[in-house]
Design a protein around this ligand. Structure first.
Ligand code: NAD
Length: 499
């Protein structure tokens, strides 16, 4: 049985805590590796290593740091198939989707090649007589990222690429479910020329997370995961005086106006609702057709598409729409929520609960489920399901439809499908959600914009990637400098103003 340890100081390091977690192949249900879970002492050692490496890295000019990113992008492309295979084997998503996971991270590495430009400061010449004033962005020191299972390549890269390009050293604590790709990424960064110790991967569970949150050397923490843990990390990290940004769960609505192209809307819903088995924070989980006629037409188009979804292991190749859920626990949880929806009186139009995959009976597969007539008070409406379950909540009017995502506790993504520019414009202006799609079901911003939800989907002031990430991973120092003659005239007792 393979044992996975940590990656500290540029090399593989065995765990010493004696605690391990099982890493499963979700398609077969088999344990494929034992993952070492770090103790506080192991975290302390990694942080000390990072702190020592950070000083020289921060002093390396930004162009040279950017060249490491350039090379890293080349290496990601070189190893794309290998990375995707390792990712699918532990996560369960299809190979094309696994490549998408790597590519969306790679794009952030590409964005970080612009670090020399993004790190330029501000300068005012002659702010006063003989006085110049300038601001510079300096790295924070050692920073950390705690990431979820559902994008084991993309989200670690969203965190460490900007942090490292800014001159910080990084501690990555990835998900225990799929730890192989984060370690492969760290190896590639070393191959790309990153000095040892600047990027460290420390595997672990709550003990490792708490060690990060309490560690006085760690200056900032970026977290992505479920809302309950996001709130915990945010409050404990802030209380310890760190800069913290946490991105949490979601319940993304897609509003379908009566004038929308119904075929296009149904296709968009199937892709966005069931892709990656619904295990995406930007998955659409609630469709909101406006008017009974729209709702009936939508259900008529959706039901056969959901019944025809192709489910299978990633080894089946490109002809699979989605794979298994990540763990047996996740499978039971999602099926339990479907049972609950039936009990609550929602209409289960397509029931995927009894799906079984021949030859993969121990895998964590389930079929797509489609609920109609879901209402605001139901658990399946309030809870993030994170599985292949699409719920349809009918609305009588546009205002009723708008009210659903507006009053939901989550605020990650939302979409509207319409042919009317005025409706789309009103919607994008009024909606209280961080990322909005107009005839685009999964509006994940590209690397040079920023990604972040509102309400219970995001905690902290700045978003991920884009210009916000360079602000998050640096702090501003402002220098007021005077080179006058006559400093010897004596002390000034009045607060200086720029006359
Ligand atoms: P999770 O909250 O279970 O785990 C996330 C991280 O927190 C992992 O590294 C895990 O080890 C750690 N963790 C888990 N329990 C902990 C505890 N009790 N104390 C301290 N640390 C703990 O999330 P997950 O199941 O890996 O990921 C799925 C969730 O992530 C979904 O809710 C999804 O919406 C969310 N997500 C959000 C975004 C976003 O940008 N908003 C992106 C991807 C995923």
């Amino acid at each position: 049985m393979q044992t996975i340890g940590h990656f500290i100081g540029g090399k593989h390091v065995d765990g010493t805590s004696g605690r391990f977690a099982d890493v499963y192949n979700p398609a077969t249900g088999e344990v494929q590796a034992k993952l070492a879970l770090a103790s506080q002492a192991e975290m302390d050692a990694a942080v000390a290593n990072a702190a020592a490496a950070q000083v020289a890295w921060a002093a390396t000019n930004p162009q040279r740091r950017a060249r490491v990113m350039m090379k890293f992008v080349d290496l990601l492309n070189r190893d794309m198939d290998k990375l995707a295979e390792a990712l699918s084997r532990e996560h369960g998503k299809t190979l094309p989707d696994a490549k998408g996971d790597v590519i969306r991270g790679l794009e952030v590495a590409e964005f970080c090649i612009g670090a020399p430009h993004l790190l330029k400061g501000e300068f005012t010449e002659g702010a006063g007589p003989g006085i110049d004033m300038y601001s510079m962005r300096q790295p924070l020191g050692v920073v950390a990222g705690i990431t979820p299972f559902n994008f084991p390549a993309m989200i670690p890269m969203w965190k460490f690429c900007p942090a490292i390009a800014c001159g910080n050293a990084f501690i990555l604590k990835p998900s225990e479910r799929d730890p192989s790709v984060p370690i492969m990424l760290a190896e590639l960064m070393i191959e790309a020329g990153l000095p040892a110790g600047v990027l460290n991967v420390v595997n672990g569970d709550k003990e490792a997370v708490d060690a990060i949150l309490d560690h006085e050397t760690i200056q900032a923490v970026g977290f992505v995961g479920s809302t309950a843990i996001a709130e915990y990390v945010y409050s404990r990290g802030c209380a310890a005086g760190k800069r913290v940004q946490c991105f949490g769960g979601a319940k993304n609505h897609m509003i379908i106006m009566p004038d929308a192209d119904m075929d296009q809307a149904a296709d968009a819903l199937v892709g966005a609702g069931y892709g990656a088995a619904g295990e995406r924070c930007m998955a659409v989980s609630v469709a909101v057709p406006v008017g009974e006629t729209t709702a009936d037409a939508l259900i008529e188009k959706l039901a056969p598409k959901v019944e025809a979804l192709k489910i299978g292991p990633y080894t089946a190749g490109n002809d699979v729409d989605f794979g298994p859920l990540v763990t047996e626990q996740a499978l039971h949880r999602v099926k339990g929520l479907v049972d609950q929806g039936v009990k609550e009186g929602a209409e289960l139009v397509v029931d995927g609960r009894n799906f079984s995959m021949q030859g993969y009976e121990n895998g964590y597969f389930m079929g797509g489920c489609l609920f109609d007539r879901v209402t605001k008070d139901m658990d399946i409406y309030k809870t993030e399901i994170f599985g292949p379950v699409l719920t349809v909540a009918r609305a009588e009017t546009y205002e009723d439809a708008l009210d659903l995502p507006m009053s939901h506790e989550y605020g990650n993504g939302v979409a509207i499908f319409t042919r009317d520019g005025d409706t789309a414009r009103d919607f994008t202006s009024r909606i209280n959600i961080g990322m909005v799609g107009v005839n685009v079901p999964i509006p994940v911003p590209l690397a040079y914009h920023t990604f972040g939800g509102w309400k219970k989907s995001g905690f902290g002031d700045l978003n991920q990637h884009g210009p916000d990430s360079f602000k998050f991973y640096t702090r501003t120092k402002t220098v007021t400098s005077r080179w006058p003659s006559g400093l010897k005239d004596g002390a000034e007792f009045v607060i200086p103003t720029m006359k």
